[in-house]
Design a protein around this ligand. Structure first.
Ligand code: KIV
Length: 266
């Protein structure tokens, strides 16, 4: 079994083989998505919403991310594990960014880190990549800037914004990113950016012309149902499955049907 590396991903772009990324936040889900054949597991700071129950990703801490990344890294055998750098873990200075990126590699055994932003994070990315740590960029809808953007909305519909995104993508490539997430970007702009780069783009709500796709585990499995963006496709309704299964358990205990002979010791 060949492990996925930055080289594999670059070759996939050249061969036009789609890259598949999904989020995961714990050991069993990492094992399952790895076995299902994903190329990259992102320990996203979406953790804050889908696992920790926060309203947005802003309260997520380095300690939250380190613990969950370490669990995912223990479960993944083939996929590359990318750790999302949480809000305020890389914005203060390039030195702070490198120190925290280093913790993900040393303490949590991630293979790479991801951080949000374009021109404004280039120095941080330069610092991290020059220490040998692979960085994934993330532009378009950047949830850590939710208060500046004013909501979870498509980015790059206006010409000025589109030009900035295309420029940011180039800058991220030049700073040494091995890949870039494009979130909530119109299809044509995502296509143009993808064609202008040598590194792969991974789209989420960015249409079919990106080099890869990413979705959130709890969204595609129907576990998190508080909010469903247009780009989410639900492949299962596990929330219902789980509620049904646990309701059965509750009923069987109350009715005295569980535990039965088969599940008891003599
Ligand atoms: O935190 C996350 O899950 C992400 C993906 C949605 C790209 O950043």
């Amino acid at each position: 079994m060949d492990k996925i590396t930055v080289i594999t991903l670059s070759e996939k772009k050249k061969k036009k083989e789609p890259i598949v990324m999904i989020t995961a936040y714990d050991y069993p889900s990492a094992q399952m998505v790895d076995e299902a054949g994903v190329d990259i597991i992102l320990v996203g700071d979406s953790l804050g919403m889908v696992v920790l129950g926060y309203e947005n990703t802003l309260p997520v801490t380095m300690e939250d991310m380190l613990r969950h990344t370490a669990a995912v890294a223990r479960g993944a055998k083939r996929a590359m594990v990318v750790a999302d750098m949480p809000f305020m873990s890389y914005q203060l200075s390039p030195e702070q960014a490198l120190e925290n990126a280093g913790r993900f590699i040393k303490e949590a055994k991630a293979h790479a880190v991801k951080l949000e932003g374009g021109e404004e994070v280039i120095e941080a990315i330069n610092k991290i990549t020059s220490a040998g740590i692979p960085v994934m960029g993330h532009i378009g809808l950047t949830p850590q800037s939710i208060h500046r953007i004013g909501g979870y909305r498509v980015q790059g519909r206006e010409e000025e914004q589109a030009l900035k995104l295309a420029k940011d993508a180039k800058l991220l490539e030049e700073a040494g990113c091995f890949s870039i997430v494009l979130e909530a970007v119109p299809v044509d702009l995502a296509k143009k950016i993808t064609e202008s780069l040598n590194i792969p783009t991974i789209g989420i709500g960015a249409g079919p012309f990106c080099d890869g796709q990413v979705l959130v585990y709890h969204d595609i499995l129907g576990i998190y149902q508080e909010f469903k963006p247009k780009f989410v496709k639900r492949y299962a309704n596990l929330r219902k499955e789980i509620i049904d299964a646990v309701s059965n358990y509750v009923k069987e205990v109350k009715d005295g049907k569980f535990p039965d002979e088969e599940h008891s010791y003599r």
